[in-house]
Design a protein around this ligand. Sequence first.
Ligand SMILES: Nc1ncnc2c1ncn2[C@@H]1O[C@H](COP(=O)(O)OP(=O)(O)OP(=O)(O)O)[C@@H](O)[C@H]1O
Ligand SMILES: [Mg+2]
Length: 251
Amino acid sequence: MSAPLLETRGLGKNFGALVAARDINFRLEPGARHALIGPNGAGKTTFINLLTGVLLPTQGQVLFKQRDITALQQAARVKQGIARTFQINRLFRGLSVLENVYIAVAERLGVAGAMVKPAGMRNDVVEEAMRLLDVLKLSDNAGHRIAELPYGRQRLVELAIALGLEPEVLLLDEPAAGVPSAESHIILDAVAALPKHIGVLIIDHDMDLVFRFAERITVLVGGAIFAEGTPKEIGADPRVRDVYLGQAQHG
Ligand SMILES: Nc1ncnc2c1ncn2[C@@H]1O[C@H](COP(=O)(O)OP(=O)(O)OP(=O)(O)O)[C@@H](O)[C@H]1O
Ligand SMILES: [Mg+2]
């Protein structure tokens, strides 16, 4: 087994008396296609919040490339190459699609202060942002303000922003949540087409998507790892069927 890109050791998080993460020992391999599944309230979002530094753990460690990043702030983790999308979207609604992606790229390059007005935009950054819009089939929306885009397209912009950070790890918390089913294929296609070198951890309740996308699946129940394996192993595990797959959505 290669060295993991992202790892947790004995990771725990309590909210008062509630244990939202319990002794989680987890490994995400470089270039992984890994899914995190489990019932509502299992602690999936909490786990991603611990990986990204939104929350600090009660116990245990988070390691990135074998370095302890447990105490690092969110922004420092993003700089190291850990990017995420949020379950609820956080875009600059009054700015255009291009401006939103521009800001992400400019921040990565350390030239974000330059955008005081559109005339202050740097060509190299604009070009890179446009390339990302092209990858996500958003070029036609470049000049549209976020507020005037359909929700599914807004979520694509979030993905473009995450890619603009040039991450090595991408954490996706229900990327198609709230997207009408007629549009959700755009998101799922974009997720399926993510650059191979990026290690992806996706949370989703759509088991068709999870079983198509993932090479490895971790099942979280009550804040703890309940099962982990290949999609074949997880799909055939009667315990997993009992606690989750029996009730999960299909399609
Ligand atoms: N900031 C918080 N303060 C207190 N309790 C919290 C907080 N965040 C989450 N919880 C609780 O921790 C548990 C795990 O929640 P979490 O959102 O991580 O679950 P989840 O697996 O992402 O669920 P879903 O599938 O519904 O998104 C839940 O009982 C939730 O109510
Ligand atoms: Mg969640």
